[in-house]
Write a protein that binds this ligand. Structure first.
Ligand code: AKB
Length: 323
């Protein structure tokens, strides 16, 4: 059995996926790559290769030298940061993906995972329960790159039979690493502020509803999708995936059940416009039918899980707030 390579392994999702893969397949079966290693203690258990994923030869060398069978390519600039430098976001969000798809086409690896996002949707789709096949007219360069990436994935599957799989992630909420540059990041910051006894200044409106998911659900869903027999995978662009959905006001209320003193104030900025163009919730029936997806955490379960995780986590590698 070949190894699982994570490109972008030191990022918000990369660290959580590393832990999930290590638990499921063992640390020796996981290879990590990023520009810099993650400070997370578990990162030292797997091989790490410092590399730039925009370099095709660098990706190929890791795949060949480490007996890689599956690549999880998580390299990305997220929605809010992407708007500050659209061309850089386009380059970083597309080139590493095309390198990975080319490697798979040439037979260097057997399977590819690439994350898409709710950002592929724009204001023209039904906001509640956005269907799998709703039109993709995104409003950010991040969303444009995710929509284009989905089409590239589908093209490589249809034209070359590359076994590439993808998920449209909602906002992902974990406690082991901090996100950066996203629009949904406020929800992660809320937990860190609450635990530090600080007030969160929220850049969204109190009633801005967005689809969200715990990292635990996201990682389990991703690994389950990757283990599903090929004949059951009917979507080769990206699957809608739903966890729960809430507004900043509802999150605050739920968090006050665990941290009664938690306070939030509102100072909406340009990220509010991005959030307003995204769905409130997604219809994920294709994922439920094709690979038995079921989320575990509703809003209350998510709040308890994150607060419990933060309370138990040592302060040694306390992540830096990024709002
Ligand atoms: C972002 O906010 O940009 C990301 C996403 C929804 O893909 N978390």
């Amino acid at each position: 059995m070949g190894k699982h390579l994570i490109l972008g392994s030191s990022g918000h999702l990369g660290v959580e996926l590393m832990l999930g893969l290590q638990e499921r397949y063992g640390a020796n079966a996981v290879v990590l790559s990023d520009l810099r290693p993650s400070p997370h203690p578990a990162a030292a258990k797997s091989s790490f290769v410092a590399a730039d994923a925009t370099d095709f030869d660098a990706q190929r060398a890791i795949a060949e030298n480490h007996d890689v069978e599956v690549i999880y390519n998580l390299v990305a600039i997220l929605s809010a940061q992407g708007e500050a430098n659209p061309m850089a976001a386009w380059g970083l969000n597309m080139n590493p993906l095309l390198n990975t798809l080319e490697l798979a086409r040439k037979g260097a690896v057997k399977r590819v995972f690439w994350p898409s996002s709710i950002a592929v949707f724009g204001s023209d789709v039904p906001k509640d329960g956005t269907p799998q096949d709703a039109s993709l007219v995104p409003t950010t360069v991040y969303g444009v790159s995710k929509a284009a990436g989905e089409l590239w994935c589908n093209y490589y599957y249809e034209k070359y039979g590359v076994d590439v799989r993808s998920i449209r992630y909602p906002g992902l909420i974990g406690f082991r690493s901090m996100p950066g540059g996203g629009t949904t990041d406020y929800a992660v910051s809320a937990f860190h502020c609450a635990m530090a006894g600080e007030t969160l200044t929220c850049y969204l409106e109190p009633n801005e509803r967005l689809p969200m998911m715990s990292m635990e659900d996201a990682v389990r869903g991703t690994l389950d999708l990757m283990e599903t027999p090929e004949e059951r995978i009917r979507i080769r662009t990206a699957y809608n995936l739903s966890g729960c959905d809430f507004t900043p006001e509802e999150l605050t209320l739920a968090m006050k059940g665990c941290v009664p003193g938690f306070e939030i104030v509102y100072a909406p900025d340009e990220r509010q416009d991005i959030a307003a163009s995204w769905p409130n919730s997604l219809d994920d029936s294709w994922a439920r039918n094709d690979w038995d997806w079921t989320p575990r955490h509703d809003l209350r379960g998510l709040v308890e899980h994150i607060i419990d995780g933060l309370a138990k986590q040592s302060n040694v590698d306390k992540p830096t707030l990024n709002v």
